[in-house]
Design a protein around this ligand. Structure first.
Ligand code: NDP
Ligand code: 8X3
Length: 254
């Protein structure tokens, strides 16, 4: 396995859920992280917890390409020696049938899950290559493979992420840059609270009476794929809670 103290990990969406858990996991192993997200108070609390020597923070909206360019160009040493990019920031908004969905919600998902993710990867990739290699980890979802009612643009955005990650692999032959798409199912984070716009009753329903995965479960998988020897590339990991399974085809009958 790779020496964990050599990890310098750029994380989008480190204010909550998988991103925050991954920041904790890497720092616990002796690595350094650049934790980013829109909520500055959360980033400051995370830095306080992990220590400024281990955790550099940047308040950043992944949809703002110019701000991303400026922020990435200004990362100070030793945090500028990034060798892992965790393109994790993303969200689902709403669960209405397509004909009733809010078009602004669709736009926000496309801007964040697709545009924000490709900005992150494209802006950081040349640095990884120049420094001799690294690892790009993207956050896809089971929703990128399996359709469900109300999943429309969210699921499609995650299908984009998966295929983008697989295509990246083709372009990175000989560059020593690995790419892995992590594709989780039901995991309890703030994801559902965001999807239902702060409605705690609706947000808790997917997790009630069952045992979902945790952010730490996903962070452990992220940490594991990046720790494998350099000659091993895990293309994708699809993971579900043991309590979650794939349903039957839905047949409409008169
Ligand atoms: P959380 O809501 O807990 O965390 C999402 C993170 O994304 C937050 O840190 C948030 O930070 C950040 N984010 C959202 N929009 C932006 C933006 N415009 N700019 C920068 N950061 C942004 O959810 P999860 O941790 O569960 O989700 C992380 C990723 O995993 C997402 O891509 C999600 O789609 C995916 N996923 C989640 C699953 C689940 O069941 N939980 C399953 C499969 C995939 P802030 O608001 O501070 O900007
Ligand atoms: C999140 C998992 O099933 O809610 O990507 O879409 S799901």
């Amino acid at each position: 396995l790779l020496d964990p103290t050599r990890f310098v990990v750029f994380i989008t969406g480190a204010t909550s859920g998988f991103g925050a858990a991954a920041a904790r996991r890497y720092v616990a192993a002796g690595g350094k992280v650049i934790a980013t997200g829109r909520r500055g108070d959360r980033l400051e609390a995370l830095q306080q917890e992990l220590g400024a020597d281990n955790c550099h923070i940047i308040e950043l909206d992944v949809r703002d390409r110019a701000a991303m360019e400026r922020a990435i160009a200004a990362i100070p040493a030793p945090f500028d020696g990034i060798n892992v990019v965790l393109a994790n920031a993303g969200l689902a908004l709403g669960l209405q049938p397509a004909a009733e969905a809010d078009l602004d919600d669709w736009q926000t998902m496309i801007d964040t899950n697709i545009s924000g993710l490709v900005y992150t990867v494209r802006l950081l990739l040349p640095g990884l290559i120049e420094r001799g290699g690294g690892h790009v980890v993207t956050l896809g979802s089971v929703a990128g493979e399996f359709a469900y009612p109300g999943g429309s643009v969210y699921g499609a955005s995650k299908a984009f992420v998966r295929h983008f990650a697989l295509n990246l692999r083709s372009d990175l032959q000989g560059k020593n840059v690995r790419v892995t798409d992590i594709e989780p199912g039901l995991t309890e984070t703030e994801f559902s609270l965001v999807r239902f716009k702060g409605d705690e009753d609706k947000a808790s329903k997917p997790y009630s009476g069952t045992k979902a995965m945790t952010a730490e479960d996903i962070a452990e998988s992220i940490f594991w794929v990046t720790s494998l020897p350099e000659h091993v590339n895990v293309n994708k990991i699809q993971m579900m809670a043991t309590t979650q399974a794939i349903g039957p085809f839905d047949i409409y009958r008169e």
